[in-house]
Write a protein that binds this ligand. Structure first.
Ligand code: ADP
Length: 652
C-alpha cells in the first residue's frame, strides 16, 4: 500500500522543523504528503505575527511537495483523525508544542486522543526543542487585541441595562427573583451572540450577578445579602449565565465556520466543474484566473510552461481597463517568474526573495511537475491563511486539470500514431497480398507470349495482351490510390487548383477506363452549359476512375453506365449511374470507409481493396464538395458528386 504522510500545520515557529521531518519521511517512503491545517474558533483572533508564521509554514509545506488541506472545528484530535480516516493517511507527524498544551484542567494529550480516535495510524511526535514562550504569550496577546472593542462594550452594557430595567419592572410587578435571574441569563445569552469575543459573556455573567445583588436583594443598593442562600443563588446564576453564554458563542463560531466551509466547498466545486469543462490549456488558465481575480480582487499574470520554458505572459486584470498591463510583463517581473520555475519555490512580493517585485509568484504544479507560474499582484493586505489555503487549493485543481489535459493530448497523439501505424500495416498486408496475383498473371502471360508466341493465333495473342494491359492498368490505379491515401493520411496531399471544364475531366477519365469498359455501355449526358470548376484535375479524374471502375466491376457484362453533368445555382453535379445490382441500405453507410470492400465477394476477388470510395470521399471533401450514393430506379446505384463552382474570369 502507498504510504500517506500527514503533517499538521500551526503557527508555531517549531512547525517548520516538523514539516521538514514529515517531508523527508514522505520522500523516504515515496508516499503521498499532505499538510493539514485545522482552523479552530481562535483562528480569527490570531495575531498578525502568528498569521504570518502560519502562512510561511503553509508555503514551506507546499514547497516541500505537500498538498494543503484545511478542516474546521475545535476538536483538533478528532478533526485530524477524521481527515486521516477519510484520506487513507498512514502516518501522522505532529510536534510536541501541539501535543502538550498545558491547560489548568488536565486533559488527555493530543497523542492520547489521536490514538483513541485513529488506532490504526502511526503517530510520530517530533520534539521541537525550542519551546518558545513568546509564541504562546503572543497568542494570548492576539486575543487581547480584539477584546477591547468599544462597540462590544456598549452592546454588553446596553444588554445589562435593559435586563435591569425589565428586572425592575418584574420586581415591581411582584414576580419572584427566579424570573429576574432568568432575564439576566437571557441578557448574557444575547451578549454572547451579539459580541465578537467569548470573554464578554464571562464579564457579563459576573456583572449580572453583582447588579442583581445590588438592585434586587435585601439590603438593596448594597453589595451585601442577608439571606444565607444567596451565595449559592449567585453561584448558580453565574454558572448558568456563563455556560449559556459560552454555548451560544460556540454555536455562533460553529455556524460561521460552517458557512465558511460551505462557501469554500461550493467555490472549489464550481471551479472544479468549470475546469472539467475547459477543453484547452488556455481555457483552463482563463477559468482559474477568473476565479482567483474574483476571489482576491487582484491582478494576475500567468505563464504556461512550454517546452520546459516560460511561455507568453497572460495578464488578467481585476479592474477592467484601468491597469497598466505592461508592468506585469516587464523583464524584472519575468525574471522572478523564471526563478520560481527553475527553483520550484515561491518568490516575489511578500516573500523573502525578490521582495521588490510587483507580484508574488507561485508554481502551478502536480508533485514536481510544473505546468505554469502564477503571479498575484501584491496589495497592502497580504492574503490571510484561509485565503492562502484557498489559493493553493484552486492552483492545485488547475494543475490537475492541466495534467489531465496533457494526458488526454498525449493519448490522442498516441492514438493517431497507432492509427497511422495500423494503416501502414494494413496497407502493407493488403499490397503484398493484392499485388502478387496480377503480377503473377502479367508474368505468366508475358512469358507465354515470349516462349510460345509464334504458336498462338491472333485472337489468343490479343486476349493475352489484353489481360496484361488490364492487370497493369489495375496495378497503376491501385498504386496511384495507395500513394494518394498515404499522402492524405499524413497530411501531405498537395492540391493544385485550377479552373477546369467538367466535360474535359470526364473525357480524361473515360480514356483511362476505355479498354476495360468494352463490355459495358457508357453514355455521357453533358449539361448544355459549359461548367468550369476550380479543382485539382488529376485528383478528380482519379475519383471518376474509381467510381467508373466500381460501376464496371460490380455490374454484370452488358450493363449500362450513364454519366450526367448538371449545374444547380453555384454547384456543379456529376452523377454516375449504373443499372447493376445496387447497394443495400445496410451496406451504404460503410462504403466510404477505408478498407471496406462490401459483403459480397466478386468473382475476381483480387480487385477489391476497399480504398477507392474512401479516397473519392477524401478528395471531394478536400474540394469542399459532397459525395453520396443513391438508389437507381428500377435498380442500380447512382454516385453523385457535387462541387462548388467558383467565379472564374476567363481572359480571351
Ligand atoms: P473496392 O472496390 O476496392 O472494394 P471501394 O471503396 O471502391 O472498394 O468500394 C467499396 C464497396 O462499395 C465495394 O466493395 C462494393 O461492395 C460497393 N460498391 C461500390 N460501387 C458499387 C456499385 N456501382 N455497385 C454495387 N456496389 C458497389
Amino acid at each position: 500500500m502507498n504510504e500517506h504522510i500527514l503533517v499538521c500545520l500551526s503557527s508555531a515557529p517549531s512547525n517548520a522543523k516538523i514539516i521538514r521531518t514529515a517531508a523527508r519521511m514522505a520522500d523516504a517512503f515515496q508516499g503521498n504528503f499532505t499538510a493539514l491545517f485545522i482552523e479552530t474558533p481562535n483562528f480569527s483572533s490570531m495575531s498578525q505575527d502568528n498569521q504570518k508564521r502560519l502562512n510561511a509554514n503553509m508555503n514551506l509545506a507546499k514547497q516541500l511537495g505537500a498538498k494543503i488541506e484545511t478542516c474546521y472545528g475545535d476538536n483538533i484530535a478528532y478533526q485530524i483523525s477524521e481527515f486521516a480516516r477519510l484520506s487513507g493517511v498512514t502516518n501522522i507527524v505532529i510536534g510536541r508544542s501541539l501535543n502538550d498544551r498545558h491547560h489548568f484542567v488536565k486533559r488527555p494529550s493530543l497523542t492520547d486522543q489521536l490514538i483513541a480516535y485513529a488506532p490504526n495510524v502511526d503517530i510520530h511526535i517530533i520534539p521541537d526543542g525550542t519551546s518558545n514562550p513568546s509564541y504562546l504569550s503572543e497568542e494570548a496577546k492576539g486575543q487581547g487585541n480584539t477584546f477591547f472593542s468599544l462597540t462590544d462594550i456598549v452592546k454588553c452594557l446596553v444588554s445589562l441595562v435593559v435586563a435591569t430595567i425589565v428586572g425592575n419592572f418584574f420586581h415591581k410587578a411582584g414576580f419572584s427573583e427566579a424570573n429576574i435571574i432568568m432575564v439576566y441569563i437571557l441578557s448574557v445569552l444575547i451578549t454572547a451572540i451579539i459580541t465578537t469575543y467569548r470573554g464578554y459573556s464571562l464579564v457579563s455573567s459576573v456583572i449580572s450577578v453583582i447588579v442583581f445583588n445590588f438592585f434586587f436583594t435585601e439590603p438593596k443598593y448594597t453589595l451585601f445579602a442577608y439571606d444565607k442562600g444567596y451565595p449559592v443563588t449567585f453561584l448558580v446564576m453565574f454558572f448558568a449565565a456563563f455556560m449559556t453564554g459560552a454555548l451560544a458563542a460556540k454555536q455562533k463560531t460553529h455556524a460561521k465556520q460552517l458557512a465558511q466551509l460551505a462557501w469554500r466547498t461550493r467555490l472549489l466545486f464550481y471551479t472544479n466543474q468549470q475546469l472539467q469543462q475547459a477543453k484547452s490549456r488556455e481555457e483552463i488558465v482563463t477559468v482559474t484566473a477568473e476565479q482567483l481575480v474574483k476571489l482576491f480582487d487582484r491582478d494576475l499574470v500567468i505563464y504556461l510552461i512550454e517546452n520546459e520554458k516560460l511561455g507568453e505572459a497572460n495578464v488578467f486584470s481585476a479592474s477592467e481597463g484601468k491597469v497598466q498591463k505592461a508592468c506585469y510583463t516587464e523583464e524584472t517581473e519575468k525574471k522572478v517568474a523564471e526563478w520560481v520555475f527553475l527553483h520550484n519555490k515561491q518568490a516575489g512580493a511578500t516573500t523573502e526573495r525578490y521582495k521588490n517585485a510587483i507580484c508574488r509568484y507561485l508554481t502551478i504544479r502536480v508533485n514536481n511537475h510544473i505546468y505554469g507560474i502564477v503571479g498575484i499582484a501584491a496589495t497592502n493586505s497580504p492574503l490571510d491563511a484561509f485565503e492562502n489555503s484557498l489559493l493553493f487549493s484552486i492552483l492545485g485543481e488547475c494543475a490537475l486539470a492541466l495534467e489531465n489535459e496533457k494526458n488526454s493530448r498525449e493519448k490522442e497523439e498516441a492514438r493517431i500514431l497507432a492509427k497511422n501505424e495500423q494503416l501502414r500495416a494494413n496497407i502493407l498486408r493488403g499490397i503484398s497480398h493484392d499485388l502478387r496475383t496480377p503480377l503473377t498473371s502479367i508474368f505468366g502471360n508475358a512469358s507465354n507470349l515470349l516462349t510460345n508466341g509464334d504458336e498462338f493465333d491472333q485472337d489468343t495473342k490479343k486476349q493475352l495482351y489484353m489481360d496484361i494491359y488490364e492487370d497493369s492498368m489495375w496495378l497503376i490505379n491501385l498504386v496511384e490510390n495507395l500513394l494518394s491515401v498515404t499522402r492524405l493520411e499524413e497530411g501531405n496531399m498537395q492540391i493544385h487548383m485550377s479552373a477546369e471544364l467538367i466535360d474535359e475531366v470526364i473525357e480524361e477519365a473515360l480514356r483511362y477506363i476505355k479498354r476495360r469498359s468494352l463490355q459495358h455501355q457508357i453514355t455521357v449526358n453533358n449539361c448544355d452549359e459549359l461548367i468550369l470548376v476550380k479543382m485539382d484535375a488529376r485528383l478528380i479524374v482519379q475519383t471518376l476512375i474509381n467510381i467508373l471502375d466500381n460501376a464496371i466491376k460490380y455490374t454484370p457484362k452488358g450493363s449500362s453506365i450513364t454519366i450526367t453533368t448538371k449545374k444547380f445555382e453555384k454547384i456543379a453535379i456529376i452523377e454516375i449511374a449504373d443499372n447493376g445490382p445496387g447497394i443495400s441500405d445496410d451496406v451504404k453507410p460503410h462504403i466510404f470507409d477505408m478498407f471496406y470492400s462490401g459483403t459480397k465477394q466478386i468473382a475476381d476477388s483480387r480487385r477489391s481493396m476497399g480504398l477507392g470510395l474512401y479516397l473519392c470521399q477524401s478528395i471531394v471533401h478536400a474540394h469542399d464538395g459532397e459525395i453520396y450514393v443513391l438508389d437507381q430506379k428500377p435498380q442500380g446505384s447512382i454516385f453523385r458528386i457535387s462541387l462548388p463552382i467558383e467565379e472564374v474570369t476567363i481572359y480571351e
